[in-house]
Design a protein around this ligand. Sequence first.
Ligand code: SIN
Length: 295
Amino acid sequence: MPLKIRRLSYALGAEIIGADLTKPMSEEAFAEIRHAFHEHLVLLFRDQVLTPEQHIAFSRRFGELDVHPFSRYNLPGYPEVLQITNHVIDGKPSDTRNTGRQWHSDLSFTTRPALGSLLYCKEVPEVGGNTMFANMYMAYETLSPGLREMLDRLWAVHDMSMGKDIANRDPAFMAEMKKKNPPVAQPVVRIHPETGRKALYVSEMVTSHFEGWTFDESRPLLNYLFAHSVQPEFTYRQQWRPHDLLMWDNRSAMHLAVADFDHSTPRHMLRTQISGEALGRVAGQPAAQSTSAAA
Ligand code: SIN
């Protein structure tokens, strides 16, 4: 069956109709999907009854997969699959139940940010539990030429300890994570390696300040950029159904898991993450060692 592509919103997102991810896929069909991924940033595949092996196999076609360091929440037997869940795990509420409650791009606080992520819906509350996405090309392209020119040359520090959710996670584990993930400097404007387009690359969850600027100097402009990026016209809101597989491009989109649901009802998702290219450097290291800034 030929693939059909149906746009999901004005800003980003498309549903791929006619793909069966449980079956082997031709190179031609995969190339079409990959092309749609770069064009629409977020792809939705509905009614896919997938085993973890099939979820992993489809994800791997896009590249190597990350193994999430939060291993207590990996799906047993599948280190590449993270459970984002409010199920009780090992007798305790899961630390992943509030993952992604602020806008972010996966792993931007490391020097190997994720290329993309594939989230599979197993259980959703009766209403809510949505995920939102914002088009960061649009965010960049709608700024004035003067501001774009300045931002093209700036770097910003991404620090995982800025995230609001950190306080609710296991303190010993978070101390370890912080040690392994010192603040990194990332280009404020990122050039997408496949499309060559520029995307704004700052997020309210982890971006603390512009490199070379004080925190107080940085926050007014950063707060402006955070709000500008996620205005409704630039977003898509995914209302989940069980057996939806949705993938997003972390290089050109940000996302937010909305907490708009009854938390006593189950929400259970499985996520794989495609490893990205090296980007940025540990904050404070000389700029000569940096990878791509937009200027
Ligand atoms: C995330 O990957 O940030 C969480 C997305 C979600 O649970 O909707």
